[in-house]
Design a protein around this ligand. Structure first.
Ligand SMILES: *[C@@H]1O[C@H](CO)[C@@H](O)[C@H](O)[C@H]1NC(C)=O
Ligand SMILES: *[C@@H]1O[C@H](CO)[C@@H](O)[C@H](O)[C@H]1NC(C)=O
Ligand SMILES: *[C@@H]1O[C@H](CO)[C@@H](O)[C@H](O)[C@H]1NC(C)=O
Ligand SMILES: *[C@@H]1O[C@H](CO)[C@@H](O)[C@H](O)[C@H]1NC(C)=O
Length: 363
């Protein structure tokens, strides 16, 4: 009798032990799948499973936040959804935005990393986030906003990514108009990726401010300096669309020192629209812009590049082209201080390694 009870007790102990091990193991697996920090961006981060959206999550943590201005989502505004992301979140939160025109300024702060903006498309529409601030507009304290604060959408969040959305600033600037800078998208994230988004404005459309960024198959529209800033970015298979009437510039990269590890690299992009436009203008002495394997329509100012009226910048700016095609790629009338790169010169700029993508992109 005594022996039998001992046997029972010990088998119960073994059973409880096995159960608790299983519970711990399940938590570890759960952590690995959802809770652990994943320090990279993958295709998975740019998708939502629409079938599962309707099913209420059994966990009370929000992983997908839906935005629908017609109601029925978690939020009617994009900013409302961003505000629902917990501060210092350690896992990805996807903000799924239904078609519609969202008239608002949106900020994704540095305290909310791992955020995705994913646009739901229907047959006729995809979401547009639009506003119309320009740099000369007065801010709350009575002074001019400036270019930086004019942005419709401003992103400081690390590991941010977005797809299927149009970012717009609807201010229409005439080229060179003072105070008419109107940023549609400002990106200051240390690391961020944009896939198939449209960025639409006229002057300073995309303020690619700081950090390492990857733009794949995006469309960027503007007249003058419509891709500008101090970031280190790879633009691959993007369409750069000029809407300049007679004078404009595509890129204005800002770099003040030869040791600044920054630059804009355009690879396999197409350049279309109206012109004429410069490929780039030297913002700072060491501005660095390279176009490789791009297809350029005949809208490029034959000189190609501008020193922004600072003659000494001719000596230090790094402006180069490598294996570009199309009527705009004719280098016979280019300024002599721009370069035609050889493969060894171009190769550091051609691949995702340019932006250290091997460390934070898994595509
Ligand atoms: C697509 O979305 C737009 C904007 O919400 C709406 O007006 C339109 O009716 C939708 N089209 C279809 C086919 O659902
Ligand atoms: C006023 O606001 C702008 C941005 O809107 C800011 O850059 C500037 O520092 C502010 N000036 C003062 C005096 O607070
Ligand atoms: C750019 O170079 C010029 C001429 O060498 C120099 O006077 C100027 O201070 C430099 N600018 C910066 C921001 O270093
Ligand atoms: C450069 O100088 C020329 C001639 O003085 C002037 O017409 C032009 O507006 C200046 N361009 C810039 C970008 O300052």
């Amino acid at each position: 009798m005594m022996m039998m009870m001992m046997g029972l007790v010990s088998s119960r102990v073994v059973f409880l032990f096995v159960v608790s091990i299983f519970v711990i193991w399940a938590q570890v697996v759960d952590l690995a799948e959802g809770g652990a920090v994943r320090n990279y961006i993958s295709w998975e981060d740019l998708q939502v499973n629409e079938q599962r959206l309707a099913v209420k999550s059994s966990h009370n943590q929000v992983r997908v936040i839906t935005v629908n201005q017609n109601g029925g989502g978690h939020s009617k505004t994009v900013q409302g959804a961003v505000n629902m992301v917990p501060d210092n979140n350690r896992q990805r939160v996807k903000i799924f935005i239904f078609p519609g025109i969202y008239r608002e300024k949106v900020r994704v702060p540095v305290t909310k990393p791992y955020v995705s903006f994913i646009g739901k498309r229907n047959r006729t529409a995809s979401p547009i986030i639009t506003w119309n601030s320009k740099s000369s507009d007065k801010g709350p304290n009575g002074t001019a906003l400036g270019t930086y604060a004019s942005a419709t959408v401003g992103v400081d969040s690390d590991y941010f990514c977005a797809t299927g959305i149009t970012f717009e600033n609807s201010v229409i600037a005439s080229a060179g108009g003072k105070g008419m800078q109107g940023v549609a998208l400002r990106v200051s994230s240390p690391k961020a990726m944009f896939y198939r988004v449209r960025i639409k404005g006229t002057q300073d459309t995309l303020l690619d401010s700081t950090g390492n960024h990857y733009f794949l198959k995006c469309r960027i529209i503007g007249k003058v300096d419509f891709i500008c800033g101090s970031a280190k970015s790879l633009y691959e298979k993007c369409r750069l669309q000029s809407i300049a009437e007679n004078y404009g510039a595509i890129a204005a990269h800002h770099r003040d020192s030869p040791t600044d590890d920054t630059g804009f690299s355009f690879v396999s992009c197409s350049i279309r629209g109206s012109g004429s436009v410069y490929l780039g203008r030297a913002w700072g002495n060491y501005s660095r812009i390279i176009y490789s394997k791009c297809n350029m329509d005949g809208i490029i100012n034959p000189q190609g590049w501008s020193d922004w009226n600072h003659s000494h910048r001719k000596k230090t700016a790094v402006f180069a082209e490598y294996q570009c095609k199309g009527r705009g790629a004719d280098r016979r009338h280019r300024v002599p201080w721009s370069k035609s790169f050889s493969y060894p010169e171009a190769s550091p700029f051609l691949y995702k390694s340019f932006i250290d993508g091997d460390q934070w992109l898994r595509l």
